[in-house]
Design a protein around this ligand. Structure first.
Ligand SMILES: Cc1cc2nc3c(=O)[nH]c(=O)nc-3n(C[C@H](O)[C@H](O)[C@H](O)COP(=O)(O)O)c2cc1C
Length: 350
């Protein structure tokens, strides 16, 4: 039987924008979305984003992109640019933009602060840029400055859910109604039924992070993946709100220590530095000792049930998305058919 990921099911503004088969994106994952993973997302018909910040210098970043292109077998691949609120931490991003354009990459996910300084060279070269936000009001400026799509994440997400804690169920219809570019939804998504629901709410796609941490192509050691597989929906914790930089992470030894410091009212970043440093995360992934480090992980960990090739995870999600469509069809009363047909005609005409 042909694997499900080989056949398109949905055509949306996002599949058209990026020239991909499925509106299922794999967002940037610091340290983890390397060439193997990003290329696998492309081959599965989605789109992955290689995290530029994971590499020590531009040479290493370029080498990883070249490896990724070779593995992607002609499928699109993307780059994630995380924009810090400390300008000095963004100096290297101009170099990342130059390298990715030279390497022919034309799909970019920006996140964090405003991408405005980086949009002109990207747009001039014809790159398509999706800016990721956690609150709708941050989307407007990015769109005005040229972002082609907006990803919006709900508070369920792994990583940075922002300071307002709006759930995905509210973000999706709100962003879809208010923005006139394609909207991608993230945060807590780990089943195909959620994907169908997001599309029904007006989104043009979804972005995953936590659900795919157990992909075979993620290089982190097996104990890390087993911890995610064992996780239930309460296995993450929100920390660092005290620094106005909330982070949803695995509820491990470090997270509990940090939570105690916050409860004690410690508001000086320096006190937290040793816990939040990227190299501590990297070491946890490399050793599999998951008690140390602030390890971004969202509530969707509960849906990650086994280590599998990313293409199999796409197959599972697409199967579930198809079943959700069938459930909707099967539950629709005959009398509602005319209203649904009229609504469908309106959508098609829009
Ligand atoms: C381990 C991990 C690392 C992440 N690193 C980044 C990153 O470097 N840049 C970024 O824009 N988003 C990052 N994210 C966020 C994801 O790209 C994505 O937006 C988010 O995981 C979606 O929500 P979910 O975790 O509920 O699927 C990370 C998420 C995780 C789980």
């Amino acid at each position: 039987m042909t694997p499900l990921h080989q056949t398109p099911v949905f055509a949306t503004g996002i599949t058209r924008l990026f020239g991909i088969r499925h509106p299922i994106l794999c967002g940037g994952l610091m340290w983890l979305s390397t060439a193997d993973y990003v290329a696998a997302a492309g081959r599965a018909g989605g789109l992955g984003f290689l995290t530029a910040r994971s590499f020590p210098d531009l040479g290493a970043f370029r080498a990883e992109l070249q490896k990724c292109k070779a593995l992607a077998e002609g499928h699109p691949i993307g780059v994630n640019l995380y924009i810090s609120n400390r300008p000095e931490a963004n100096a290297m991003l101009h170099g990342h933009v130059a390298v990715l354009l030279e390497e022919g990459i034309r799909a970019v996910e920006t996140a964090g602060n405003t991408p405005s300084a980086f949009l002109p060279p990207l747009k001039e070269a014809g790159a398509k840029v999706m800016h990721k936000v956690s609150i709708l009001r941050h989307a407007a400026r990015a769109v005005k400055d040229g972002a082609d799509a907006i990803a919006i994440v709900g508070m369920e997400c792994g990583g940075h859910p922002g300071m307002d804690f709006i759930g995905t169920m509210v973000q999706a219809p709100l962003a879809a109604a208010r923005l006139d570019v394609p909207v991608v939804i993230g945060g807590g998504i780990g089943t195909g039924s959620q994907i169908t629901a997001c599309l029904a709410m007006g989104a043009a796609g979804v972005v995953l992070g936590t659900r795919t941490l157990v992909a075979q192509e993620i290089w982190a050691k097996d104990p890390y993946k087993q911890r995610i597989i064992a996780a239930d929906e309460r296995a993450s914790r929100l920390v660092l709100s005290i620094l106005r930089n909330t982070y949803r992470v695995m509820d491990n030894g470090t997270a509990r220590q940090v939570a105690e410091m916050e409860a004690a009212g410690i508001a000086d970043f320096e006190a937290y530095r040793a816990h939040v440093e990227g190299k501590v995360q990297f070491e946890a992934y490399a050793s599999g000792d998951v008690e140390k480090g602030m390890l971004a992980m969202g509530q969707a960990a509960v849906f990650a049930d086994r280590v599998a090739p990313l293409a199999d995870i796409y197959d599972q999600l697409l199967g579930e998305a198809g079943r959700a469509l069938a459930v909707l069809d099967a539950t629709r009363l005959p009398g509602a058919t005319e209203a649904a047909a009229r609504a469908a005609a309106d959508v098609a005409a829009a």
